[in-house]
Design a protein around this ligand. Sequence first.
Ligand SMILES: NC(=O)c1ccc[n+]([C@@H]2O[C@H](COP(=O)([O-])OP(=O)(O)OC[C@H]3O[C@@H](n4cnc5c(N)ncnc54)[C@H](O)[C@@H]3O)[C@@H](O)[C@H]2O)c1
Length: 347
Amino acid sequence: MKLLVTGGAGFIGSAVVRLAVARGHSVVNLDALTYAACLDNVATVADNPRYSFEQADIRDRAAMDRILAQHKPDAIMHLAAESHVDRSIDGPGTFIETNITGTYTLLEAARAYWVAQGRPSSFRFHHISTDEVFGSLGSEGQFTEETPYDPRSPYSASKAASDHLVQAWHHTYGLPIVLTNCSNNYGPYHFPEKLIPVIILNALAGKPLPIYGDGSNVRDWLYVEDHADALLLVVQQGAVGRSYNIGGENERSNLDLVRSLCGILDELRPKPQGSYADQITFVTDRPGHDARYAIDPARVSTELGWRPSVTVEEGLRRTVEWYLANEGWWRALQERSGVGERLGVKS
Ligand SMILES: NC(=O)c1ccc[n+]([C@@H]2O[C@H](COP(=O)([O-])OP(=O)(O)OC[C@H]3O[C@@H](n4cnc5c(N)ncnc54)[C@H](O)[C@@H]3O)[C@@H](O)[C@H]2O)c1
């Protein structure tokens, strides 16, 4: 397949790009290269003849029209977004512009391209979204595809809006879409402002390991390469108009997760004295911090046969090993604006 991947220089998009090229697909990586992007994430495929890169903003309709007409993709996998909840609290405007207006612009460009191609039924617009659109769970239950939307942060509200636009373009204009909502990802190339890299890198630097609130918030963790595998399956075999929840069934409270990371670091890079867990510090909670997310992946599992391949224990170990081996990558990104600062506590 020829895939146009938006956001392919980000964390998950780059995993999709690397896996798609490895599996023989042709990939056009379309990315505006915001603060969250890093072209080193796709360095392993940059010279592959089936890979090309376009620096462009999804809000730029003329650029979207030109890129679609030039590359003629069989499918668009749309991952470009503003993705950090804490930044969305301090500055929601860019989340509205990129995640809502940008998705709208891309949908309109995709629709015009699809119509110009003779409305091929094989075309796919695959919108990649998050489980955060479903809101917050109590101690029981899981999100299914039928769970009503109840977003609570500017980030999740902007993603929910974009999901609705994508469904509307299918119902109103017949655009062949598929949609996926995934739980928290982790793994190599995770930008160093997100929880897991922050913990690993602060631990190594001897800094406090910040836990929001009491650390009881639960997330359902999925190794990023398993997510990329699920996305390539859905774009090829998902039913048009259908949404699929993707998750690893690996629930961990933030405190348990951080303790696991400390245990792995204690083993792989022992401190002269004591444990990295001694650096754990409880800090002011994120405003509106959702208590628990958990995905029921039954649909993608029974209808498409997808299963995650990496356990959370193995995935966390691989992730720590990757950060220990790739200091040059993360040191450069730590210089970027806002990285390493506590964001999202302004009222
Ligand atoms: N990280 C997670 O745990 C998670 C979980 C579920 C779903 N998602 C979704 O997956 C997608 C990718 O997430 P991520 O964690 O890889 O994000 P990321 O922040 O690491 O990467 C986003 C990429 O999009 C690009 N981008 C941003 N604005 C753009 C614009 N206007 N035009 C073109 N490119 C632009 C950035 O340059 C960056 O390369 C997002 O849509 C996110 O909502 C993420």
